[in-house]
Design a protein around this ligand. Structure first.
Ligand SMILES: Cc1ncc(COP(=O)(O)O)c(C=O)c1O
Length: 391
């Protein structure tokens, strides 16, 4: 009893050392492999969350581990003041796997940073200030990225700006009106809104953004930080619309856990020295991690797997009782439950040992590794079926 109390006090003191910005699950992960993680009591969990869509090729993938280890023995870091051939290799590989071979690469460290650079680059390109963004969109927490994010709670007064126009998602008419009335620099849009609850952009909507950006010489920024990198079954979720964006922003799945982000830039936008820059972006280790990910995506045909297992899951989920709606494409799936079933996500974790993501108001988000198997999908389906049937 006394030991328990003193453990609790220790925990409390330790927790006060960290700036408390997240509610935490009381779980400590000490080991991970493929689509599984283990806690410090050796309890195994199925991971359908991937640390927020980050684990793309599975935890501790042997090729990834070897690539990083080998690189660390050569050179871990040097700045962008010297040539880094790995960056060119990465740009070529990304161009090939994404099908945008004529695009140029700028490397950074996170999703917010990628969006920040994209919005800035667009403004450099056409000299304008106004940005169109959408309701329920999430683009990160740095100054412009958070200003174009639809969540007033995370926008500090210093981030507020009149340069941002929020429009309803998938509404072509309001887009046309906004372009007609403002001098638009760029439009930033997720192909599938993640934090906003898995809302898929319609093809017609993305095509309309393309044609208006062409008409007004504005820049189409495809935020692919969460929905990109093969997760939808295509490299960029926006590819389903058949039109190209001017800038694709990416991070999360790009490094399978190593912090790396990037923007892929159409040849219509030309660089000038010092318009963008970074200390850590594109360092040797980050490039090695990103190369390993692309090599496995290509070699193991993970986009195909995302499509096949994604369809398998979505079809099965649509047959289950009590679910309000199943949304998504490939391995980016939202399961909207009625308010009275909000304990299901927690039960999946604590009763069935399955990690899933969430979105407001009551959406279970599946963001597994792209090489998840149907066997693992079945484990989840059985657990969810049991939860729903037990109601
Ligand atoms: C669509 C989207 N854009 C940008 C970001 C920000 O990425 P990061 O947390 O790496 O800055 C996120 C993070 O969840 C995201 O989902």
């Amino acid at each position: 009893m006394l030991l328990k109390i003193s453990n609790k006090i220790d925990q409390l003191i330790n927790s006060m050392k960290l700036f408390d910005v997240y509610p935490l699950n009381d779980i400590t992960i000490v080991k991970a492999e493929g689509s599984y993680v283990w806690d410090d009591t050796n309890q195994k969990y199925l991971d359908l969350y991937g640390g927020h869509a980050v684990i793309s090729i599975g935890h501790t993938h042997p090729h990834y581990v070897k690539r990083l280890e080998d690189q660390l023995h050569k050179v871990g870091f040097y700045s962008n003041s010297i040539k880094i051939p790995l960056q060119i290799e990465l740009a070529e590989k990304l161009g090939k796997v994404s099908g945008k071979e004529e695009y140029q690469l700028f490397l950074c460290n996170s999703g917010a940073e990628a969006n920040e650079n994209a919005l800035k680059l667009a403004s450099f390109y056409n000299g304008r200030k106004k940005i169109i963004t959408f309701k329920k969109g999430f683009h990160g927490r740095t100054s412009l990225a958070v200003a174009v994010t639809d969540n007033p709670n995370i926008v500090a007064p210093v981030n507020q700006t009149d340069n941002v126009i929020f429009l309803p998602f998938n509404d072509e008419q309001s887009l046309e009106n906004a372009f007609a009335q403002n001098d638009i620099s760029s439009v930033i849009v997720e192909g599938i809104q993640g934090v906003g609850g898995i809302n898929v952009a319609s093809n017609a909507f993305l095509q309309k953004i393309r044609s208006l950006c062409d008409q007004y010489n504005a820049v189409f920024i495809a935020d692919s930080v969460q929905c990109g990198y093969g997760r939808s079954g295509k490299f960029y979720a926006h590819d389903y619309s058949g039109v190209n964006a001017d800038i694709y922003t990416m991070a999360k799945g790009m490094g399978n856990g190593f912090p790396v982000g990037a923007i892929s830039i159409s040849p219509k936008i030309q660089p000038k020295h010092f318009m963008l820059g970074t200390t850590f972006g594109g360092n040797h280790l980050a490039c090695a991690a990103a190369m390993a990910v692309l090599e496995i995506i290509e070699q193991d045909e993970l986009m195909k797997n995302a499509e096949v297992v994604g369809n398998y899951l979505i079809t099965a989920l649509k047959k289950l009782p009590h679910i309000k709606e199943v949304r998504g494409v490939g391995l980016m799936i939202g399961i909207e439950l009625p308010e009275e079933l909000k304990m299901v996500k927690r039960n999946l974790l604590y009763n069935h040992k399955i990690f899933t993501g969430e979105a407001k108001p009551n959406v279970i988000r599946l963001l597994p590794a792209l090489n998840i198997s149907t066997v693992e999908a079945d484990i989840f389906l059985a657990a969810l079926t049991k939860e729903l049937n037990d109601i």
